[in-house]
Design a protein around this ligand. Structure first.
Ligand code: COS
Length: 382
């Protein structure tokens, strides 16, 4: 639902102040501790950040895609780990349920997801099914009014905190591709479900990914999302949406880094004048600003198109591809503008440089986005 302009501006203003006053001072600590303080998580819940995309009927803010992207841009102005804490609840962890769940499933889970009491996670990737996500090997075998799940998922965001997983598993082994896959809501407390230790990562400390293992996990048939064999398509539609959210966060990080570069370049003097007076520095700032504006325009236009109910698979892939590559270049230039200081932990720029690297990989690598864009463009004839 689109908010009226005044309410939307108020929300954005509140999030901007929260990011500036509460989250930014904690960036280094969260990175060092590899954890977000519980009181900050509680404040995020109170602000409604876990509920941005959840329908109003279940206690959510029910933002339009465009408004969610505008909030995502604000949240991007700090360490991406903060957003990751609730990112699965508003994104890939909840959206299969929001878009394809039954009324009973929604009533059972969505209010808790919106309040942040229930943490969700999206379990698609496997050791042998990364970019080739239709190659899911985790099996779900029907047994009376249950399915029995066996297999392993890899690199699952927020798995260590999750209460409910959206799991893609193969119900029909005679269909090797996406057509044999179904989606399920699986509760963390299910006997036989275990979660591995959080992986040590290049960046985004404070956000966690883990393996999830299923050893004869019995899942009630009523927890299947959508029809048997529709799970891959469900997952792809969830990702179409998730890719727009990721794009908005990339834009926010880029805007933050550009502001940091301007402040540093205005203050730091070399050869008797501020770095900002040098045209080669100005060129880097101009390139970063131009690319960031282009990503913003592409992402928001795609979000508005999605809000009208039109399919945006290709455009969302293009936004994610461009925005994630763009923020990589912006972070690289930021290190360059900061010079030696850009390489030193204390300044925080090298942390962003590491943090943004994953944007080109998760929710579909840049190469997968290129495949999606090219396929659709070839199909459309231009
Ligand atoms: N929306 C709706 N349906 C979709 C869809 C989408 N976005 N994408 C694919 N489908 C449908 C196709 O229309 C096709 O349906 P039919 O069988 O009825 O024709 C079916 O799903 C299979 O699609 P496709 O043939 O394109 O599958 P492929 O295996 O060739 O490729 C890609 C799919 C590569 C695009 C997919 O595997 C992908 O996005 N991979 C990256 C996964 C990813 O992002 N992983 C990150 C994990 S989450 S952090």
């Amino acid at each position: 639902m689109a908010l009226d302009a005044e309410t939307r501006d108020q929300l954005i203003d509140t999030v901007r102040r929260f990011v500036t006053e509460r989250l930014r001072p904690l960036e280094a600590k969260v990175s060092e501790d590899d954890a977000i303080p519980q009181d900050v998580l509680d404040e995020m819940k109170a602000l409604g950040l876990y509920s941005l995309s959840i329908p109003e009927a279940y206690g959510g803010l029910d933002l339009s895609m465009e408004d969610e992207c505008l909030v995502g841009i604000e949240l991007g102005r700090t360490s991406p780990a903060f957003r990751s804490a609730f990112g699965t609840n508003v994104g890939i962890g909840s959206q299969a349920l929001v878009m394809f769940g039954t009324e009973a499933q929604k009533e059972k889970y969505l209010p808790g997801i919106a309040s942040g009491e229930i943490i969700t996670s999206f379990a698609l990737t496997e050791p042998e099914a990364g970019s080739d996500s239709a190659a899911v090997q985790t099996r779900a075998v029907r047994d009376g009014d249950h399915y029995v799940l066996n297999g392993s998922k890899r690199f699952i965001t927020n798995a260590n905190k999750a209460d409910v997983f959206t799991v893609m598993a193969r119900t029909d082994p005679s269909k090797p591709g996406g057509g044999g896959v179904s989606a399920f809501l699986v509760e963390r407390s299910s006997p036989g479900l275990s979660v591995g230790k959080p992986e040590k990562k290049m960046g985004q400390q404070g956000a966690h990914i883990c393996d999830v293992n299923f050893d004869n996990v019995r899942v009630p048939a009523e927890n299947r999302i959508g029809a048997e064999g529709e799970g891959f398509k469900v997952a792809m539609q969830v990702l179409d949406r998730g890719r727009l959210h990721i794009s908005s966060v990339c834009i926010g990080v880029a805007e933050r880094l550009i502001a940091d570069c301007v402040a540093y370049a205005s203050d730091r003097k070399q050869f008797g004048q501020a770095l900002s007076q040098f045209q080669l520095i100005q060129a880097m700032i101009a390139d970063s600003k131009t690319e960031s504006l282009a990503a913003r325009a592409l992402t928001l236009e795609t979000a508005r198109k999605r809000d009208t109910g039109q399919p945006v698979t290709m455009e969302a892939a293009a936004a994610k591809y461009f925005a994630s590559e763009m923020v990589g270049r912006v972070a690289d230039r930021a290190v360059q503008i900061f010079g030696g200081a850009g390489y030193i932990a204390e300044y925080g720029i090298e942390r962003f440089y590491r943090d943004v690297r994953i944007f080109r990989i998760y929710e579909g690598t840049s190469q997968i986005q290129q495949v999606i864009i090219a396929r659709e463009t070839l199909k459309r004839g231009g």
